[in-house]
Ligand binder design. Structure first.
Ligand code: SAH
Ligand code: SF4
Length: 410
């Protein structure tokens, strides 16, 4: 069967019954009680889904067969379909996922031992049209559900072979259904890994390759606030995915009214896509600035920090040649950030077909960084990862969109 058909089938399956993936725990318990199943089963089911990665109720061996059947009759635990799975020469992996309505988003895994970061999408496309961002040029936009956000983690864990026993125990590695190694619904670049890639397909024995989550994929997370908060709650649940707040980062282009609520509702790391130091320039390149200018944005950051004092705020700054990368800009940035415990992440601009910018030279990036570091601000320069598979920061845009007009080699 063709990969696309398999992805369609998985998407249909998702549409058919309520999916337990992404459902709040209280809601799961209520459903169980309504079906006459003991409420304590909720924790067991939860663990099967989030710590064992099962995709089939029959694999839940601690649950009676007739209860398994009842659950299967009413619910699904399916993931999204995988339309495509590509692996970069630098081991960055990208999955193009397909949901019940046929919409697609991308999820990227960036290994950087001892860490592994999953860059998740929060929307199909983005309404905000930042001028340097490929996602912002996508026409179709909708919010992802909490289930569609969480499925990205589960698919990544499937693909990375991270569930306990994944190296051979089929019952506990059922998630590998979407795993290219199993000949499932996904497809590596060119259908299967090339010989140079083979080592990447060895099943890992380290259960914690995926350690960090960043909401830096497609979409503006704070425009999908409720679902993002629900997904974060699921990520933090100690009986399930059990990630810590310190390992989760939400990146926003500056939806000011949601920044303080995020501190209260989630308390995770905050990243701000600043990219310019004057309102004049930011109005042009990050158009949400026209609604919420830099001063209001930084006030919200100060308040965020007073509520979540243990964390620095990360300011992302894309390096656009001759646009925002002068030494004077760097000095102005130092002044703006005074009093906010900050880190600045300089992101080399990742070009995409038809992009109106070029990336600043290494010299200019380092010169800019030195000014900040001299002022005591930690200023890492982000390594560009997954460029060859269009998985680099800001390049994400669904392949179906690309097929409509643009030519991109994958
Ligand atoms: N919408 C959110 C999160 C997704 S974008 C936000 O804007 O913060 C994640 C990061 O990638 C943002 O800092 C964004 O500005 C940056 N980005 C977008 N396009 C880029 C590109 N072409 N090159 C480098 N970084 C880019
Ligand atoms: Fe949307 Fe973020 Fe891209 Fe701007 S940078 S268009 S907010 S995804």
């Amino acid at each position: 069967m063709k990969t696309a058909e398999q992805a369609d089938n998985a998407a249909e399956k998702l549409a058919a019954k309520p999916n337990l993936v992404g459902m709040r725990r209280e809601e799961l318990t209520q459903h169980l009680v309504a079906l006459g199943i003991e409420p304590f089963r909720a924790k067991q089911i939860w663990q099967w889904i989030y710590t064992k990665g099962v995709t089939d109720f029959t694999a839940m061996s601690s649950i009676k067969k007739d209860t398994q059947a009842l659950l299967a009759e009413h619910f699904s635990i399916a993931r999204a379909g995988i339309s495509r799975n590509a692996i970069s020469f630098d081991e960055t992996q990208k999955w193009l996922l397909k949901f019940a309505d046929g919409q697609e988003v991308e999820t990227v895994f960036i290994p950087d031992a001892p860490r592994g970061t999953l860059c998740v999408s929060s929307q199909v496309g983005c309404t905000l049209s930042c001028t340097f961002c490929h996602t912002g040029t996508q026409r179709l936009v909708r919010n992802l559900t909490a289930s569609e956000i969480i499925t990205q983690l589960l698919v990544a864990r499937d693909g990375l072979g991270e569930w306990p026993g994944a190296s051979g125990d089929k019952a506990s590695a059922q998630g590998a259904k979407g795993d290219p190694r199993s000949g499932g619904v996904s497809e590596a670049k060119g259908g299967k890994p090339s010989s140079k890639d083979k080592s990447q397909w060895a099943v890992s024995t380290d259960p914690r390759q995926l350690t960090n989550i960043v909401f830096m994929g497609m979409g503006e997370p704070l425009y999908n606030y409720d679902n993002v908060i629900a997904a974060i709650e699921l990520m933090l649940d100690g009986d399930g995915l059990a990630l810590s707040r310190r390992k989760i980062t939400v990146s926003t282009s500056g939806v000011v009214p949601k920044i303080v609520p995020l501190a209260k509702d989630a308390g995770v790391n905050l990243a701000i896509s600043l990219h310019a130091v004057t309102n004049e320039l930011r109005n042009q390149i990050v158009p949400i600035n026209r609604k919420y200018p830099i001063e209001e944005l930084l006030d919200a950051c100060r308040e965020y920090h007073s509520l979540v004092p243990s964390r620095h705020i990360m300011f992302e700054y894309v390096m656009l040649n001759g646009v925002n990368d002068s030494e004077e800009d760097a000095h102005t940035l130092v002044k703006l950030l005074k009093g906010i415990p900050s880190k600045v992440n300089l992101i080399p601009f990742n070009p995409w077909p038809g992009a109106p910018y070029t990336c600043s030279s290494n010299n200019r990036i380092h010169r800019f960084g030195r000014v900040l570091m001299a002022a005591g601000i930690a200023t890492p320069i982000r390594k560009t990862r997954g460029e060859d598979i269009m998985a680099a920061c800001g390049q994400l845009k669904s392949m179906s969109e690309l097929k409509k007009g643009q030519k991109v080699k994958l």
